[in-house]
Design a protein around this ligand. Structure first.
Ligand code: ZN
Length: 301
C-alpha cells in the first residue's frame, strides 16, 4: 500500500476534525498538482472519497445525467427567460459555478429544437429560401440554373435539399451566434466589453429564441391546434411569415430591453434607440445566416 492510496480514501471528516493539525496534501490524479482540500486548485479534479464509490452514488449520477435534477439546468434556463442578460452578466463577471455554462444550455436546447419542432427559425426550407426572403431572387436564379424549371425535378431537389439543410442547420446555428454578436459589439462599443462578452450575450439571445420562438411556440401551437381544428380553422395559415415575424419582434424587444439594462447597464431614452438598432441588427444577422445556410447547403448537395 503506497501512501498515495491512503490519501485517496481520506474522508472530509478526517481532514476537518483536527483543527490543530494541518490538512494533508493531495497529489492531483489528473494534473499532478499538490493541493489541500477536496478539489484541485489547478484543474478542478475532485479527490475520490469512499462514498463516491457507493452504488447509491452511481444511481444518483445516472439520475443527474438523465434529468438535470441538480436544478442548475432549470435554474439557468429560467434566468434566461425571466431576466435576459443576467446570465451573461454573471458569466462575464466570473460568477459561474451556480449555473450551467451558456454554451452548454445552448447546445441542449438546440438538440431539443431539432428533435421536435416543425417551426422554421434557424432551420429554413427551400420554399422559404426561394420565395420569402430578401435574398430569394438570388436563390431562385441559382436553383433554376442548377435544377431547371421542371416541377418534377424541382420537387425531387426540394426533398434532398430540405433534409440536407436541416442537418447542416444544427451545426450552423453557431454561425448565427457569431453574426448576431457583431451588431451588439457595434451598438454597445462604448460599454468597454470584450468581444467574447458580446458573444456570450449572443449565445444567451440565441438560446432565448430557441426556447421561446421555437420550442414554447411549437408546444403552444400543438396544444391550440386541436381547438382550432374543432372550429374548422387550420392553424397552419396563422403561422405565416408575418405572424412569426411579429412574435419574433415582440419577444426580442423584451430580450433587448432586459439585456440592455442588465448586461450593458443602459437606461433611459437611449436604451429605446438601441433596442430599435438591435432589432435591425438581429434581422440582418438572421438573413445573413439564412443566406449562408442556403449557400452551404447548395454547394454540398
Ligand atoms: Zn489537478
Amino acid at each position: 500500500m503506497s501512501s498515495e492510496t491512503k490519501v485517496v480514501y481520506t474522508t472530509p471528516e478526517e481532514i476537518n476534525t483536527n483543527p490543530g493539525v494541518p490538512a494533508p496534501d493531495h497529489t492531483c490524479k489528473s494534473c499532478g498538482n499538490v493541493f489541500k482540500g477536496l478539489y484541485c486548485n489547478v484543474c478542478g479534479e475532485k479527490v475520490l472519497e469512499t462514498r463516491d464509490r457507493t452504488f447509491k452514488n452511481f444511481l444518483q449520477n445516472i439520475l443527474l445525467t438523465l434529468t438535470f435534477t441538480d436544478n442548475k439546468f432549470i435554474k439557468t434556463l429560467w434566468y434566461v427567460l425571466r431576466k435576459p442578460g443576467f446570465l451573461s452578466k454573471e458569466y462575464a463577471e466570473g460568477r459561474r459555478v451556480n449555473y450551467i455554462r451558456p454554451l452548454q444550455l445552448f447546445f441542449v436546447l438546440n438538440l431539443i429544437y431539432f428533435l421536435f419542432t416543425p417551426l422554421q427559425l434557424f432551420n429554413t426550407s427551400l420554399r422559404t429560401q426561394m420565395f420569402l426572403r430578401t435574398h430569394s431572387p438570388l436563390v431562385r436564379s441559382m436553383v433554376y440554373a442548377e435544377v431547371g424549371r421542371d416541377p418534377l425535378s424541382l420537387q425531387g431537389y426540394e426533398l434532398l435539399y430540405n433534409e440536407k439543410t436541416t442537418s447542416l442547420a444544427k451545426l450552423l446555428v453557431i454561425v448565427f451566434v457569431i453574426v448576431a454578436a457583431v451588431p451588439m459589439a457595434v451598438i454597445y462599443r462604448k460599454r468597454n466589453r470584450y468581444f467574447t462578452d458580446h458573444l456570450t450575450l449572443a449565445v444567451e439571445l440565441t438560446t432565448f429564441n430557441i426556447a421561446v420562438n421555437a420550442i414554447l411556440l411549437s408546444v403552444f401551437l400543438m396544444l391550440t391546434s386541436q381547438l382550432l381544428h374543432w372550429t374548422h380553422m387550420g392553424w397552419e395559415k396563422y403561422l405565416d411569415d408575418l405572424t412569426l415575424t411579429i412574435i419574433f419582434i415582440l419577444t426580442n424587444t423584451y430580450f433587448l430591453f432586459s439585456a440592455g439594462r442588465t448586461f450593458y447597464n443602459q437606461h433611459g431614452k437611449i436604451l429605446l434607440l438601441k433596442i430599435v438598432l438591435g432589432l435591425l441588427g438581429l434581422f440582418i444577422a438572421l438573413e445573413a445566416y439564412r443566406l449562408i445556410l442556403f449557400l452551404i447547403t447548395f454547394w454540398v448537395l
